[in-house]
Design a protein around this ligand. Sequence first.
Ligand code: AMP
Length: 461
Amino acid sequence: MTPLALPFASELKRIAPLFFEMSMSTFSDLGLSESIVRAVAENGYTTPTPIQAQAIPAVIKGGDLLAGAQTGTGKTAGFTLPILERLLRSTNLAKNKTDRRSIRVLVLTPTRELAAQVEESIRTYGKHTPLNSGVIFGGVGINPQIKLLKNGVDILVATPGRLLDHHQQGTIDLRHVEILVLDEADRMLDMGFIHDIKKVLAILPSKRQNLLFSATFSDDIKALADRLLDNPAMIEVARRNSTVEVISQKVHPVDRDKKHPMLAHLIKTQAWSQVLVFTRTKHGANKLVEQLIKDGINSMAIHGNKSQSARTKALAEFKDGSLTVLVATDIAARGIDIDQLPHVVNYDLPNVPEDYVHRIGRTGRAGATGEAVSLVCVDEFKLLADIEKLIKRPIPQEIIDGFIPDPHAKAQPIQLRSFPNPGQSRGRSGKPQGKGASPSAAGKRPTAQHNSPRRSGGRGS
Ligand code: AMP
């Protein structure tokens, strides 16, 4: 494999300038067959998004791809459509329903939710083709998956841990994989999946097409891309509405122990009906849900320790509007596609500034306006400064009546998410998230001090 000197994101932009508008081409112009274009049209999409306009021809051509794109850009169709096209065009199609199918495409995702969503997209877009797909992830019984694999699938979507479980049990045959997709590769690395990914790579046939999607380009991602990709096409796009400009952002300064009453107050007085709330830890998510339920606010939590059925139920109720508040950790929320979410609340600021952008990008999707509110206590001033540095602008602050923070409050260390649960059926090597997190002795919870004083500037109101 040719080592690749990967450019930084800024250089990628030069190679493939940022597009904020939808492209002018049609899906047929991009080289997709009628059966695929028809399914896309039935799904209500007529114009490819920028990533689709660039990725679809590149993938159909057959080369490797490195794409910088987040959820919300239309990236899933950006790889599923040309993959379906490639399989359709190839001669290895099963001639009839009794032919044994082999896995020709493997899509790896970091979370169960994303895996399920990607597979649903494949089914939607491939419904007029003879191709089929399946999904496997941890946290649910393995037997139905064994049956699925035995029956044969053309395109398999999987989380890495469960995929390796199947490999160890000899219930999966990956010898015919022609295309590998690593979706949200940065998040997979954040979740400690690098060893699992390396194991999977070692099992796959060496001659294959590789597509790597990542929202960020850390050194680890560059190293992975160097190892994986051969002379890839490179694309980077901004999410259609991620640009922080279109989302109204606000910080409400608050005392550490007043966050919960403040949230309940905001939900009730402002009649919020659909709120996605982010907490730093799973424990924090559970505790907040208990408190909100006591306040009479319909809430559920979604995180790696919840069973798959509980997560699916919470998500379904939240999507259909019957659940007011969904409390999530970053990992659980990653990849969840909820359109037109009016309110996102950062109950805790994230340890990693980039997560702030991912979080607030969940509001105002599909062109709707959204509001992102952060409840910030004295412990989080340094995190806030890091976020403002990243987004290159201060976030307006507003003190809520009855919640004036104690000006003499002292910062305390923040409990970091020490060993993120990768959402698998068994323990995986996890690495602590965020700076300040140190992989200290197992079981010991690292903490970090984020207590730099807020720079002065009189932005509070
Ligand atoms: P993704 O980035 O793949 O998570 O997609 C984000 C959202 O955009 C999903 O709800 C898709 O169904 C939707 N979407 C994908 N392609 C298009 C398109 N060409 N036009 C409008 N919406 C799209």
